[in-house]
Design a protein. Structure first.
Length: 329
């Protein structure tokens, strides 16, 4: 199913689930995004009728209980609604992995352009006099965008097959560098979002963590400019390039400090801090040492790296840069 048609069907379902009245085809046409606008021409009317008939048939084939009827005896034409009691599923019990997968899908859907269009349909229905059941409406709030500003333009460029340019700062570099990429797709891996694509400057496949993108990515050129590999597995590519070698890091933390760090660390017991006090020794495992160095530096004097030397030097270098910035301000 084409993306635009899927989006239109979702908009239609949300609109009809959120009203207790029957909604006429004319009102659906005016309020649900994706249908042919009414410009007074026979061509537009015929296009809408064909599209709406296909959508009704498809919803019923999928098992959506689309009802036809009239709200009152004064109505002059039939309308449509979806009975929530017949549409809702019974209680579902999911495994941990299934629940995580559904949660990820919901976050992606809420962050994409479906959210604004679907919410717009509900607003228009209410403004047109349709009794919208706001107490039961779906919580359509695009949340992911606020935490990952690069997600929307990156996702859109990958969907439309448009080349993308953006500034990207690696953790071991002081400044961002401009990248030109054919974006193949966006995928979540280990709690972070990644772009997988072909780096045109380096002529090689690359993985980019979206949190390291500086500013807003900009699509360039026409849509459909390239095609991703037919056998592409986004997760496997990210795991292969972003995963890397696992590193063991030993640190000492002051009692009661670095709570977030302790949640994923293995405690090795107390240690002498050299000044007559006691600190906690922790062991950490990471496949992203530079990201961990950033995190450890943020704890300041509450955390000291014991090993390896490379991690200790990386944290000291970050703290030295921060101190220099403080002196110049």
């Amino acid at each position: 199913m084409a993306a635009k048609r899927a989006e239109r069907l979702v908009n239609l379902v949300i609109a009809l689930l959120s009203t207790r009245q029957y909604v006429t085809a004319a009102r659906i046409r005016a309020t649900v995004p994706g249908y042919e606008a009414d410009d007074g021409s026979d061509r537009a009317d015929e296009a809408f009728k064909r599209m709406f008939e296909r959508d009704k048939a498809e919803l019923r084939e999928m098992g959506v209980p689309l009802e036809t009827g009239r709200t009152s005896a004064f109505d002059t034409e039939d309308g449509y609604r979806i009975a929530r009691a017949d549409y809702e599923l019974p209680e579902i019990h999911l495994t941990g992995e299934e629940a995580a997968a559904i949660g990820l899908a919901v976050r992606l859907w809420e962050s994409a352009q479906l959210a604004g269009a679907a919410q717009s349909a509900l607003v228009k229905l209410k403004a047109a006099g349709v009794d919208v059941d706001t107490s039961r409406s779906l919580p359509i709030q695009p949340r992911l965008d606020r935490g990952e500003a690069a997600f929307e333009p990156t996702y859109a460029a990958a969907r439309d097959r448009r080349q993308l340019q953006f500034d990207y700062r690696r953790p071991d570099e002081d400044s961002a560098a401009r990248r030109h990429v054919q974006p193949w797709g966006v995928v979540a891996w280990h709690g972070r979002w990644y772009l997988v694509g072909f780096d045109l400057d380096r002529q090689a496949d690359r993985v980019f963590r979206l949190s390291r993108v500086v500013g807003t990515p900009k699509p360039t050129g026409p849509a459909g400019a390239f095609e991703p590999p037919a056998d592409l597995d986004l997760t496997a590519v990210v795991a292969g390039q972003a995963g890397g070698e696992e590193h063991l890091v030993l640190v000492r933390a002051r009692p009661g400090a670095a709570v977030g760090l302790r949640r994923r660390a293995t405690s090795l017991g107390p240690a002498d801090d050299g000044a007559g006090g006691v600190e906690d020794r922790l062991q950490l495992r990471t496949t992203e040492p530079w990201a961990l160095a950033d995190e450890l530096a943020a704890y300041g004097a509450d955390v000291v790296v014991e090993a390896p030397t490379e991690m200790r030097d990386a944290v000291i270098a970050r703290l030295t840069r921060l101190a220099a910035l403080g002196e110049t301000t």
